[in-house]
Ligand binder design. Structure first.
Ligand code: OTU
Length: 647
């Protein structure tokens, strides 16, 4: 691919600038702002031009689109409120703020958690009690009714769902959260719009300009050709990746549900139009954008249409326009795919934060097998990322759990990856004999035998079964499993993410089955409504909610007191026990050891193991505050953290 030289870029810059100034792009009283904008645009222009050239070089009107983009960035910059511009400057001085040991993220559905945007304000004190400082609120925008994929089909990026409030309410909430030191993350659902978004409505009416915003085909010829290499993401909802439009007798590309139309990013107009929506969201005060369904945003016939090189180019372009207009904005990559692909989106130039689906899936895997070999191998192979970036370490989110470990890793540790996925599904759906889990199946595909698992952390970790069929002993073990998985996320390098409710050991809620608009999507089983009773029980350690809550709080407290947990390199150690996971953590001259027991059997480790790796004694265990003497006995599902005791 040919590059635009810096000389050529400079010439283009000068020409567009002259054109626009001649057209009086700014008012006289905006001159200062215009110059400030140019100061941001100019140093990034050549790079931006090159990125877009890679994607759109074959468009006869390429130059025109660059000019359009320039204008739209200027408008977004003009509309960015002064206080946010100040905030941008503050963040530019501390761009890696999110790597801090105090960073703790949480996620919830605002309507299920508080009913309305206004009422959400009453939850702020609790978020503060939990020390949360990044809050991901799942889509709040206007959607089609009754079905909208839990908000992920957006009809209008500039209006909130009227049931929960207005954009004005949202702005106020974001401001108040910020006052409470909580940064808001919202989804940027940019792979698709809802079928009733204005663009789609115009496309339906036959307007060519808007038909070109989507992938619309006159018959099955091309869809059939594409289909040969595509996966089905929601096979229970609809077979295939295309939806028939009876009014126009055409087919539209819909990777997810029939009412989610994939945007056509090979059209530069789409990139420009959607960045305007992106800046509308950013200018509300949103600091972090979760880039939804990243792998799917570029399509090429004859490929799987996932994780194509152009996806990276597009992400770089989004990142760069953000750097120009809203430099404090951070992008999170939501790619739940093969770990090679997950890691490929993580960089200073693409997404600075990424979900860590591999550690998530393999920690559940270890819990089922009581063996940590695949988890450890996965961490060895994939955990190290760019030092300016962070993992979002989580236990589960609002989506299903899929077994996205690398097959190569599995073979290396003697596991047949295909059979093992079957086993893990059986285990977490509770059908495997002796399983503690109570999960719900998601998107079973009879053609491939594939399916995924839904459930809250507590139900998957055994609490539901223990309460209904067993007794106190099993209840306690289940709570320890919850704390183990969350503990691993909390004590690992990166940002821990809490699905609100999991800290109170919330169980699956099957009431969605009674609601026709939700009943076909089992993910609703683990998107609980705020539970006042559990919330009140959090101070009562005799209840599962209280016990889980207190253990969660203790782990957070330890992380906040020990920056090395958030920042220290994770070096896997071998203990000789199959069920143990251990790391030497290193940060500057500091060292600690973390130890996790993934089974209901205790294990004993000699003191030499610790002194050998830490190089000194006396050694202290941080959770129990006990000094290490002789061998160390780690109890079932326990986490232990060792450091050199201050003398
Ligand atoms: C995301 O998830 C969202 O998190 C879901 O809630 C949405 O339904 C979906 O996009 C469509 O907007 O397949 O099963 O690799 O795994 O984008 C969940 C990325 C999903 C996909 C992911 C998707």
């Amino acid at each position: 691919m040919q590059k635009i030289t810096s000389y050529q870029a400079q010439q283009t810059y000068i020409q567009i600038l002259a054109d626009l100034e001649q057209r009086n792009i700014y008012q006289e009283n905006e001159k200062e702002q215009w110059n400030a904008f140019l100061q941001r645009l100019q140093p990034n222009f050549s790079e931006l031009l090159n990125l877009l050239y890679q994607l759109y070089f074959d468009k006869f009107d390429f130059y025109y689109h660059i000019q359009q983009l320039w204008v739209s960035l200027w408008h977004a910059y003009k509309k960015r409120p002064q206080n946010l511009k100040k905030f941008d400057q503050k963040r530019e001085k501390n761009p890696l703020w999110f790597q801090d040991q105090n960073t703790l993220a949480a996620v919830c559905y605002l309507d299920r958690y508080a009913g309305t945007i206004k009422n959400f304000e009453t939850k702020i004190p609790y978020l503060q009690e939990l020390n949360i400082n990044i809050l991901h609120l799942m889509p709040l925008f206007q959607t089609p009714q009754p079905q909208n994929d839990g908000g992920y089909a957006i009809s209008n990026y500039r209006k909130t769902d009227s049931k929960i409030g207005t954009i004005k309410d949202l702005k106020k909430l974001i401001k108040n959260l910020k006052k409470a030191n909580i940064s808001v993350a919202l989804d940027f659902v940019f792979n698709h719009t809802a079928h009733d978004h204005l663009w789609a409505q115009k496309a339906k009416k036959g307007q060519q300009k808007y038909k070109n915003y989507y992938y619309i085909f006159p018959d099955r010829t091309l869809p059939d050709q594409y289909e040969q290499n595509l996966r089905e993401i929601f096979p229970e909802e609809k077979p295939g990746n295309f939806t028939y439009l009876p009014e126009s007798k055409q087919w539209v590309w819909t990777t997810f549900n029939t009412y989610q139309w994939d945007l056509n990013f090979s059209n530069p107009e789409v990139f420009i139009a959607i960045t305007q929506e992106m800046f509308f969201i950013a200018n509300l005060g949103v600091e972090i954008l979760r880039m939804d369904a990243v792998p799917f945003i570029w399509k090429e016939l004859g490929t799987s249409c996932e994780n194509l090189p152009q996806v990276h180019t597009l992400l770089k372009a989004f990142n760069l326009v953000a750097k120009i207009v809203a430099p404090s904005l951070i992008l999170i990559s939501e790619a739940i795919v093969h770990p090679n692909d997950v890691n490929s989106y993580i960089s200073d130039k693409e997404c600075k934060i990424s979900y860590n689906p591999l550690m998530m899936a393999t920690s559940w895997e270890a819990l089922a097998t009581r063996e940590t070999k695949l988890l450890q191998k996965s961490i060895e192979s994939y955990f190290e990322i760019d030092q300016n970036c962070s993992w979002l370490n989580y236990v589960r989110v609002h989506d299903d759990i899929g077994w996205t470990y690398s097959d190569e890793n599995a073979w290396e540790v003697g596991i047949n990856p295909y059979d093992h996925r079957q086993f893990l599904n059986d285990f977490y759906l509770g059908t495997f004999p002796g399983s503690f889990a109570r999960g719900v199946s998601f998107q079973y595909n009879p053609k491939t035998g594939d399916q995924r698992v839904c459930g809250t952390c507590a139900s998957l970790a055994g609490l539901e079964k223990a309460i209904h069929q067993e007794g106190q002993l099993e209840i306690d073990l289940a709570i320890k499993r919850i704390s183990l998985l969350y503990g691993l996320a909390i004590t690992s390098k990166g940002i821990p993410l809490l699905y609100l409710g999991d800290e109170l050991a919330t169980l699956n809620d099957l009431s969605y089955l009674q609601q026709p608009q939700l009943s076909s999507d089992s993910r609703w089983a683990h998107r609980p409504i705020f539970d006042q009773k559990r919330f009140e029980q959090r101070t009562d350690p005799t209840t599962p909610a209280g016990k889980t809550y207190q253990s969660f709080q203790q782990l957070i407290k330890i992380r906040r007191a020990h920056p090395i947990l958030a920042l220290g390199k994770m070096i896997p150690l071998h203990t000789g026990f199959k069920s143990l996971l251990a790391f030497l953590r290193q940060h500057q001259s500091q060292k600690i050891i973390t130890l996790y027991n993934f089974s209901e059997q205790s294990a004993e480790i000699s003191q030499d193991f610790f002194t050998y790796h830490l190089g000194q004694s006396p050694i202290e265990e941080l959770i129990t505050n006990q000094e290490l003497k002789n061998t160390y006995k780690i109890e079932p599902y326990q986490i232990s953290i060792f450091h050199i005791k201050n003398k």
